[in-house]
Design a protein around this ligand. Structure first.
Ligand code: GAR
Length: 192
């Protein structure tokens, strides 16, 4: 079985899109793959309820319970490794990971970032795109490497920045595209 573990911190709409795509696209039949667990660093992450409803194992590894980034990442890795995943997908996972963690999952670790990388790594991507006067914005699915929001690009989607856009309206437009490209990128990796 090719297990996929998804890490979330919040609403988990990208995670839900991946789960739905895995069912709709029959990943189990076609690739022997399934989303086997959803792990959050926050107990109040909205996406956990959806995962439970779908019969997917969930776990919370609360970063506040650990004295260092290294200790948190070690606990997170222990939880992930119970599923022996072929892929670990960061989906709105808002913690910076240590180089040791990234190394452990080298080649198996994916992220979605709400900008057209290499533009606007880091936070507040939509606000920065509007302030810069960008005419387009978007999202990127990439492999995770030690440098934050870098790494080989797997998929991108472009949306227009419209007159009068706010951070919220642009984020919503980008998010609908994220839900398309993340499942597509994972499917491509599974097919390879
Ligand atoms: C998404 O827009 C994702 O690209 C972004 O957080 C949101 C999570 O939404 N990720 C980052 O900013 C990573 N630095 P979701 O919880 O509904 O999937």
């Amino acid at each position: 079985m090719k297990n996929i573990v998804i890490l979330i911190s919040g609403g988990g709409s990208n995670m839900a899109a991946i789960v739905r795509a895995s069912r709709r696209g029959d990943w189990l039949q076609r690739f022997g793959a399934r989303v086997s667990a959803v792990v959050s660093n926050r107990a109040d992450a909205g996406g956990l309820a959806f995962a439970r409803e779908q019969g997917i194992a969930t776990a919370v590894v609360d970063h506040k319970a650990y004295a260092s980034r290294e200790a948190f990442d070690a606990a997170l890795a222990a939880e992930i490794d119970r599923h022996e995943p072929v892929l670990v997908a960061l989906a709105g996972f808002m913690r910076i990971l240590t180089p040791q963690f990234v190394e452990r999952y080298a080649g198996r670790l994916l992220n979605i970032h709400p900008s057209l990388l290499p533009a606007f790594p880091g936070l507040h991507t939509h606000r920065r795109a509007i302030e810069a006067g960008c005419k387009v914005a978007g999202a990127t699915v990439h492999q995770v490497t030690a440098e934050l929001d870098h790494g080989p690009i797997l998929e991108q989607a472009v949306v227009p920045v419209l007159e009068g856009d706010t951070e919220a309206t642009l984020a919503a437009r980008v998010l609908t595209q994220e839900h398309q490209i993340y499942p597509r990128a994972i499917e491509r990796v599974l097919r390879a």
